[in-house]
Design a protein around this ligand. Sequence first.
Ligand code: ADP
Length: 188
Amino acid sequence: MKNIVLFGAPGAGKGTHAGLIAEKFDMVHISTGDLLRAEVAAQTPLGRRVDAIMQRGDLVGDDVVVQLVDHAITSSPQGLILDGFPRTVEQAQVLDFLLSHHGRRLDHVISIDMPRAELIRRLRERAAISGRADDNEATFAHRLEEYELKTRPVLDYYRVSGLLISIDGSGEISETSTRICQIVKELV
Ligand code: ADP
């Protein structure tokens, strides 16, 4: 039972690839973005708290996402593919704690690397079809800023622990998918 983080900036394709891997290797796809959007859609108290934050492209508080991830891990006996979490070094530390609490550990962090111009191009492309409130021109730059400031340092955290594998995600989606699948296949 392996546990993998799929890491990348907004627009890098984490959700697409995580979904494919989950299906192929019978793992549970935990996307904090999807979990938060479900709370917003259901207009739960938590959803009402985070709606405006997400629309601005800010990160929501660690306490909120940690609560959602804890619940998802507890209810998933299979291997995990985490997408959109951790997004801060604090979240990475909490993830170590949560996994060890469940007798698990993180096996790999696969980072999908992409130049900024390509991220923006893909975000624009996605915005045309996603219907997501935060997929608009006004938030792109801010979401990438949040990534640079708060999320990129997570890469160093995993580099130091030897878990990080970086792949070039700027080619065709199918190429990137094949490379990620190879890595996961060797692992499981
Ligand atoms: P993307 O990576 O394409 O921006 P996500 O669906 O992963 O899309 O995230 C959408 C939004 O949800 C983020 O901009 C942020 O507001 C919130 N979010 C998702 N995951 C986290 C997290 N781990 N910590 C804080 N906020 C998060």
